[in-house]
Design a binder for this molecule. Structure first.
Ligand SMILES: C[S@@+](CC[C@H](N)C(=O)[O-])C[C@H]1O[C@@H](n2cnc3c(N)ncnc32)[C@H](O)[C@@H]1O
Length: 232
């Protein structure tokens, strides 16, 4: 039944640290001394691992007012649904993960890593906020990341949502904003990507950059918005 593979409301899962490094072409060497914000971070292991490596990193998500127990249950449940859905769909590219089982195991591990750090950093490193209204002053972070919120859900999140989110991430960044992916689930470029590029023309340096990560078809590019020179 189709409903077995659908989640009502926002999906709360998280990609691994290694997926983030590849999706955003990050170099740990270049990031030394830089502050980072992950927007709509979910249960990713990126923030906990970067924190354990000594980086100044924060994460925001609208679900970060919930208890660790509720978030873990939600993440484990959503990962199970995602695994079932991926077993049915033939369009995914099994390169980063060899199959849905491996994806499930690795992302559940990421979720556990997230959960143990969330217990300690809730309210400090993990802040409940909407990406359209970030509780930080202008120019707070060298790098702002956003994975799997914009573009991919352009059937549910309208242009106003995209515009407000991008403007807000640019406001709190003093360096760059990086967004991934730029395509919808079936691999077609989001209808809002061209509009974003038109809107930003003459304001920031906006470029598409190839990344060494692919899971959904054609999802091998990120959007890199550079506000000022040589911050990263
Ligand atoms: C598909 S998950 C992606 C999580 C993580 N970034 C990753 O790539 O693994 C989308 C996340 O966006 C969060 N979210 C949805 N709407 C949001 C908003 N307006 N502001 C901040 N976070 C939001 C959800 O709670 C969920 O954790």
């Amino acid at each position: 039944m189709e409903n077995d593979y659908m989640i009502k409301g926002p999906i709360f899962t998280g990609r691994t640290y290694q997926e983030y490094i590849q999706m955003f072409n990050l170099s740990i060497e270049k990031l030394k001394g830089k502050s980072i914000l992950d927007c709509a971070a979910g249960a990713s292991s990126f923030t906990p691992i970067m924190h354990s490596l000594g980086f100044d990193v924060k994460a925001v998500d609208t679900f970060y007012d919930k208890s660790p127990r509720i978030l873990y249950q939600m993440c484990a449940e959503h990962l199970k649904v995602l695994k079932k859905a991926l077993e049915k769909k033939g369009s995914y590219i099994w390169k980063f993960y060899k199959d849905p089982d491996e994806m499930f195991r690795e992302r559940l591990k990421a979720c556990k890593i997230f959960m143990s750090d969330y217990k300690m950093g809730k309210g400090e490193r993990y802040i409940m906020a909407d990406v359209r209204e970030l509780p930080f002053p202008d120019d707070s972070f060298h790098l702002v990341l956003c994975s799997h919120l914009l573009y991919i859900y352009d059937h549910r999140l309208d242009w106003k949502f995209h515009l407000e989110s991008i403007n807000e991430m640019l406001r709190v960044s003093k360096g760059e904003v990086r967004i991934y992916p730029l395509v919808k689930e079936d691999g077609r470029k989001s209808i809002y990507l061209k509009r974003t590029l038109e809107h930003l023309q003459g304001k920031v340096d906006a470029k598409l950059e190839r990344v060494d990560y692919i899971f959904r078809p054609s999802a091998d590019e990120m959007l890199r918005l550079v506000k000022s020179l040589s911050v990263l």
